[in-house]
Design a protein around this ligand. Structure first.
Ligand code: SAH
Ligand code: SF4
Ligand code: F3S
Length: 473
């Protein structure tokens, strides 16, 4: 493995559909350079690191400067219409570059490639290569094909591919925190969601390759790994050599045992699947972070049923209670969708109400965006007017802002162990890090006592809605 870039990046932004641009390295040894930009979830960002590794082995270097690229890749997201629009807009911006540089190849990777397949080539004439999430190993061959002037497509989904043997090249890494994919695909079929169609069947990655990758990260100085899957609680692996069956709780434990100095996070849990064993395992190990992302989507049992989430409002609330009972200082966050098909004012009130009940520390909030081919698109009319969706979303956001502020206020006076991720965005004289609860804490540097990747004990003195401010104790 190789670290090619050292730039801090708050990866949570990915969930908002923001792009990130890779780094520039002085790599005279490579005759061709690729530029890759990622959209969507953390898994997509991690996939870009796998793509970088595959291309690097074939003799391609990476560049942060799109003007220097011989190959431009967009790793795309289809989860909401806005995410797709962002990609199309970006593609039109590349048109100029392509005119100026004949031979420049443009490739679309990821979920939008999978959803639109060869249709992409008809819709977006300047695209040369279309590759779905399970077909990245074929990229070098596809590039060769495209270099001869043909259009190259591979959108085959796989039941086995986990890229287990590929060591991701960390793009835009802060050198402290990294993602490790533990599974791919999703079998859940939430009715609003395009992911099962773009990412295919759920499959777990070999436990040994996960432990090896996490151990290697730690040995290279990383201090935090986030285990990634669309539904981590259904992780399941039978180790052929030992005949051991590994559940997610057991995997968490194995990663936690690599070193007490290595923090472990994970995303995402499904409320129907998160077990007591997982919650107890988090409680047992100091280095497994006290933070659970538990997407609720809606607070109304009727809507949850239409969403095919397979839990009720009461089930969800019982899970929240269970978490707080076993891990009293556990932070909880959620994903929430406003204005799903048939949602009434009463359903919406149920959502606001379950937010109050759960006291989320933060949330990712969206209004419903119908995705072609999903169960909801086939079965239900997208009947909540856009203005209503937006108004309900604004109410949800306003409530979350209040809850976040309240949660931060409660932290004032408390002391936390903070993993330093780098300089604060606003000033080099301040460090930025996170506590176990995943909250960002900013504090002044004193006497160069600490460096990036160190743990510091920080007492919180004040806060804004999004950030805690403190000082080293
Ligand atoms: N696997 C994760 C989330 C995947 S997508 C999970 O099960 O929670 C991330 C979030 O995007 C979802 O939790 C949901 O809140 C939101 N989302 C998915 N499809 C959407 C749609 N069609 N419209 C609006 N938001 C959507
Ligand atoms: Fe989509 Fe549901 Fe799977 Fe999450 S669990 S990826 S929301 S289908
Ligand atoms: Fe988007 Fe695909 Fe992730 S649709 S959210 S990039 S799995």
């Amino acid at each position: 493995m190789e670290i090619l870039g050292l730039q801090n990046k708050v990866h949570d932004e990915a969930r908002q559909g923001e792009a990130f641009a890779p780094f520039l390295e002085d790599m005279n040894q490579y005759k061709k350079h690729f530029y890759i930009e990622s959209y969507g979830c953390q898994m997509n960002f991690n996939d870009s690191e796998i793509v970088a590794s595959i291309l690097n082995k074939e003799g391609f270097g990476a560049t942060r400067n799109v003007e220097n690229a011989d190959l431009i890749f967009l790793n795309t997201c289809s989860v909401r219409e806005k995410a797709e629009q962002a990609v199309r807009k970006r593609l039109t911006e590349f048109k100029k570059l392509k005119v100026a540089k004949p031979g420049l190849l443009i490739g679309v990777l990821g979920c939008m490639a999978e959803r639109l397949k060869a249709k992409f080539l008809e819709e977006e004439k300047l695209v040369d290569i279309v590759v779905g999430p399970d077909a990245y190993r074929s990229l070098p061959g596809l590039i060769e094909e495209a270099e001869t002037g043909q259009k190259a497509v591979n959108v085959l989904l796989s039941r086995e591919e986990t890229y287990a043997d590929i060591s991701p090249i960390r793009l835009d890494s802060n050198g402290v925190t990294a993602f490790v994919s533990i599974m791919r695909g999703c079998n859940n079929m939430c009715s609003f969601c395009v992911v099962p169609f773009t990412r295919g069947r759920e499959r777990s990655r070999d436990v040994n390759s996960i432990i090896a990758e996490a151990t290697n990260m730690y040995e290279r100085g990383f201090k935090e790994v986030t285990l990634l899957g669309q539904n981590v609680d259904s992780y399941y692996w039978i180790d052929e050599t030992t005949n051991e069956t590994v559940t997610f709780a057991m995997l968490l434990e194995k990663v936690a045992l690599i070193s007490t100095d290595l923090r472990v996070r994970f995303s995402t849990s499904h409320p129907k699947d998160i077990t007591d064993e997982v919650i107890y395992t988090i409680a047992k190990y100091e280095n497994i972070c006290n933070y659970i992302h538990l997407p609720v989507q809606s607070g109304s049992t009727r809507v949850l049923q239409l969403m095919n989430r397979t839990y009720t409002r009461e089930w969800y609330m019982a899970k929240v209670n269970r978490i707080k009972e076993i891990i009293p200082d556990c932070a909880i966050s959620a994903d929430i969708i406003a204005g799903f098909c048939t949602e009434t004012e009463e359903d919406h009130q149920d959502t606001l109400n379950i937010m109050e009940f759960s006291q989320y520390d933060f949330s990712y909030m969206f209004f419903y965006s119908e995705r072609p081919g999903t169960l909801a698109a086939k079965r239900y009319a997208d009947d909540v007017p856009l203005a209503t969706k937006k108004r309900r979303l604004a109410e949800i956001v306003a409530l979350q802002n209040t809850l976040s502020a309240k949660s931060n206020q409660k932290d004032i006076g408390k002391t936390y162990q903070v993993l330093i991720e780098g300089n604060s965005k606003k000033s080099d004289e301040y460090w930025m890090g996170r506590n176990s609860q995943n909250k960002v804490i900013v504090f002044p540097k004193i006497n160069n006592d600490f460096k990036k990747g160190d743990y510091a004990l920080v007492k919180v003195n004040s806060c804004t809605q999004a950030t805690l401010m403190g000082e080293i104790v």
